[in-house]
Design a protein around this ligand. Structure first.
Ligand code: C5P
Length: 293
């Protein structure tokens, strides 16, 4: 069985405050994009096995795909086996990774949801229970049951589908640094504790994490400015970074901007040469057809 796991960007991300459970209260707008990983799920005669074409991707329990498979297996009432720590024996999952990791594009969460939906269907786990498994694994996962343009409140997991954003071409730029979500939120907290509110939002960025994260990784702000300079109608960091995106109405303009960014990487930010990709928005309907079950 082969399934696609699409990336997302956050068209906007506002951090409204800190909740009593330590998470941050968000108001974010998710948008799915065509860039995707492909997962191949097979039966095989051996213990649970997870492989990935990218050697930087963990292939053990640290990977959400592993924990997702384990959770669906458990909820489906399959016998627990000691080998593989409760992961389903006789199953192999290969992840062909295209979505950059630790970049704020939701690749790990999307992969996990693709597995929850595929195995859930196979083992007759009701969609409500699949969603509960996803919600327990991370705040970003529930979005991948929806796709398209969606408003996310609370931890980003209370979802309200919106009218799809007009189709757009998207340039993604990923600096060499990766940013952990936990770290990004802690930098935001430190920043807010230090700076009075009046000093904070001089820039009209649409991602509240962009300022604090860029102070630790200035190449992020530089890439956002470069995208704006290259004609993006809107550019910002996605999620907790380190990836950034720029929106373009025309494909040719996006391709020109991508080339300009790659060249800029070679010249000015040499040490931080970004990876640059061109993709496009995916509507909810297209998402349902391509990623749905
Ligand atoms: O839910 P997930 O595992 O993706 O979140 C990783 C970390 O990011 C959390 O442990 C938390 O520190 C931070 N986070 C947050 N508020 C959110 C989402 C994530 O503080 N709404």
């Amino acid at each position: 069985m082969r399934v696609r796991a699409f990336a997302k960007i956050n068209l906007s991300l506002r951090v409204l405050g800190v909740r009593s459970d330590g998470y941050h209260e968000l108001r974010t707008v998710f948008q799915s994009v065509a860039l995707h990983d492909t997962l191949t799920i097979r039966e095989w005669a051996g213990p649970f096995a997870l492989t990935c074409n990218d050697p930087r991707c963990p292939t053990d329990r640290r990977n959400l795909v592993w924990r997702a498979a384990e959770a669906v297996w458990k909820v489906a009432g399959r016998p627990a086996r000691s080998r593989g720590r409760g992961a389903p024996p006789g199953l192999s999952i290969h992840v062909s990774k295209r979505i950059p990791m630790d970049a704020g594009f939701g690749g790990g969460s999307s992969d996990a949801v693709a597995v929850i939906r595929a195995l859930g269907r196979e083992w007759r786990v009701a969609e409500g229970r699949q969603r509960a498994i996803a919600a327990a694994l991370g705040a970003d996962l529930p979005y991948f049951f929806e796709g398209g343009t969606v408003l996310g409140l609370e931890r980003g997991d209370l979802l309200f589908p919106l009218v799809d954003h007009p189709a757009a071409w998207i340039v993604l730029a990923i600096p060499a640094c990766g940013v952990s979500t936990t770290e990004a939120f802690s930098w935001l907290d430190a920043d807010r504790a230090e700076r009075p509110r009046s000093e904070r939002s001089r820039l009209t960025v649409t991602n509240d994490l962009q300022g604090p994260v860029s102070r630790h990784h200035p190449e992020i702000a530089r890439l956002v400015r470069a995208l704006e300079g290259a004609g993006a109608s809107r550019a910002a960091m996605s999620g907790s970074g380190s990836g950034v995106f720029g929106l373009f109405a025309e494909r040719a303009a996006a391709i020109r901007a991508a080339a300009a960014l790659a060249a800029l990487g070679n010249r000015r930010v040499s040490r931080f040469t970004p990876r640059v990709l061109v993709t496009r928005t995916v509507s909810r309907r297209a998402y349902e057809r391509l990623a749905g079950n």
